[in-house]
Design a protein around this ligand. Structure first.
Ligand SMILES: [Zn+2]
Length: 182
């Protein structure tokens, strides 16, 4: 006697479940589920590992990619823990104009330089750019306007940001000189 199994894994439930049957050695019985000739089950161990081989390989691959990504993220995070991701320096244009009726302290076109900026078509001196995560607070020198003015912009990506205006209004800006984007 020997064990036989169906190899019709595409169609046959018996083959898919890995069942084997006992029959006289050398007889090659017919599968009762699908009717094709069965083969000796001497390779049942290998067939099981072959059946599980692909999912396992995929799992190992995904795990490896995740591990690599984690390492890469950690290295990136450790190597530049405080460097701002975005830069506000450059030219920006407001994307929406429906807020023009409101007296926002900024204009449709903005230009931010190292030490000065154009807001409402006039140049103002900048005390500092205070980056924190995906937002930057622009602190305008008091002497220019008579009062301390700080404006906070939130980056959506390196070329898009929005101004958090009063009473929940936002004004979205798009970078117009892409070459200065980091
Ligand atoms: Zn079968």
């Amino acid at each position: 006697m020997a064990r036989y199994r169906c190899i019709n894994t595409g169609m046959c439930a018996s083959a898919q479940s890995g069942l084997s049957v006992e029959a006289p050695t050398g007889s090659l019985p017919i599968c009762s589920a699908c009717g094709i000739t069965m083969v000796p089950d001497g390779t049942s161990g290998r067939s099981r590992s072959a059946r599980w081989g692909l999912p396992r390989m995929l799992l190992i691959g995904v795990a490896a990619i995740l591990a690599l990504w984690l390492c890469w993220s950690m290295i990136k995070w450790l190597s530049a823990p405080s460097a701002p991701t975005y830069s506000i320096l450059g030219d920006w244009r407001a994307e929406s104009t429906q807020l023009l009726g409101y007296q926002l302290p900024i204009g449709l076109n903005l230009r931010f330089g190292e030490s000065s900026a154009y807001l409402l078509d006039q140049e103002v001196a900048i005390s500092e750019y205070d980056y924190e995560g995906d937002r930057v607070t622009v602190v305008v020198k008091p002497a220019q306007l008579g009062a301390q003015l700080s404006l906070t912009f939130v980056f959506e990506d390196s070329n898009r940001m929005y101004f958090e205006g009063p009473v929940g209004l936002t004004l979205r800006y798009k970078r117009t000189n892409r070459q200065t984007a980091r």
